[in-house]
Design a protein around this ligand. Structure first.
Ligand SMILES: NC(=O)c1ccc[n+]([C@@H]2O[C@H](COP(=O)([O-])OP(=O)(O)OC[C@H]3O[C@@H](n4cnc5c(N)ncnc54)[C@H](OP(=O)(O)O)[C@@H]3O)[C@@H](O)[C@H]2O)c1
Length: 265
């Protein structure tokens, strides 16, 4: 699977704001868009994609199946509904957004149905999101690590998720860092600010460059053209070993996304 390492997140973006963010992102050069059924913006993402002059095979589109759609007989129909809204014949990546709350649906059932949906052509690749190591093992047992393209998890300087990242690396599963800017918190960080000043860069660029240097995909979001543009330019920023060590030292296990149905981390 070829996934552009720097993508565009769309969580919280609704209506015209979602259309504008994705349209501007595509215009600026983003070629990876991350949406989800629960975001309620697949139609807006679809209309921005349709209106852009970027060819379908040049943009990587991810959606995520909501927890209500994880039963074996719900997976393919719900993915077809996503495709209808996105106006696509296939997504590039379909993720289990969260492990089934309380294991209401056995993970094997969901993973096998998702694999079948992939083989039927609804998605080019499949993966998981918000899976701690134990559940990653179960997903691997169900369909094999070679069929799990990524685990998309919260990962930023304050929550570095090292155990999940190391296990994913060991199993050859790509890590996608969601909420890479800690929802804007990194902008107030003195350590990151000093590194940014030294490079003539922004705190967001330093944070994204650090994640990219570790080999993770990143999917920052922004409603502002200037931020979308400067975040994209993070791929040109080279950090040195001292910068990376300084960011590594910021981990404080600070989880920002922890709904009541979250798995035991
Ligand atoms: N799988 C999951 O369960 C899950 C959960 C959460 C998120 N995600 C994905 O990850 C994506 C990113 O997460 P997120 O959107 O929650 O948080 P984020 O990307 O860490 O942060 C977004 C916030 O940072 C601000 N920002 C962005 N670039 C900036 C810049 N250059 N300078 C200053 N401020 C900047 C944005 O404000 P402005 O709009 O003002 O720029 C926005 O408030 C989501 O959109 C979604 O696609 C997935």
């Amino acid at each position: 699977m070829y996934m552009p390492q720097l993508g565009l997140g769309t969580f919280r973006l609704q209506g015209q704001q979602a259309i504008d963010s994705v349209s501007t992102g595509l215009e600026l050069g983003y070629r990876h868009i991350d949406t989800a059924q629960i975001y309620g913006n697949e139609e807006e993402v679809g209309s921005a994609l349709a209106a852009s002059n970027v060819a379908r095979d040049e943009v990587f589109v991810t959606t995520k199946l909501w927890t209500a759609n994880l039963a074996g007989d719900a997976v393919a129909p719900s993915l077809k509904e996503s495709l209808r809204k996105l106006r696509l014949e296939q997504v590039d990546l379909a993720l289990v957004h969260w492990p089934s709350p309380g294991s209401a649906v056995p993970l094997r059932e969901t993973m096998e149905a998702l694999l079948a949906a992939r083989d039927a052509g609804l998605s080019a690749a499949i993966g998981i999101s918000n899976f701690p190591v134990g559940l990653m093992r179960e997903a691997i047992d169900a369909v094999g690590a070679q069929n799990i393209a990524t685990n998309q998890v919260e990962l930023h300087p304050y929550l570095q998720n090292r155990e999940v990242a190391a296990f994913a690396h060991q199993m050859g599963i790509h890590v996608t860092a969601y909420m890479p800017l800690a929802y804007g918190k990194v902008m107030e960080d003195a350590v990151i600010g000093r590194i940014a000043a030294r490079h003539g860069a922004t705190a967001a660029q330093v944070t994204l460059a650090w994640l990219l240097a570790k080999g993770y995909a990143v999917i920052p979001s922004s409603t502002k053209r200037a931020n979308l543009a400067s975040n994209l330019a993070a791929s040109r920023l080279q950090l040195d070993a001292d910068d990376i060590a300084a960011l590594d030292a910021l981990d404080r296990g600070e989880r920002l996304v922890n709904p009541e149905f979250a798995p035991l981390w």
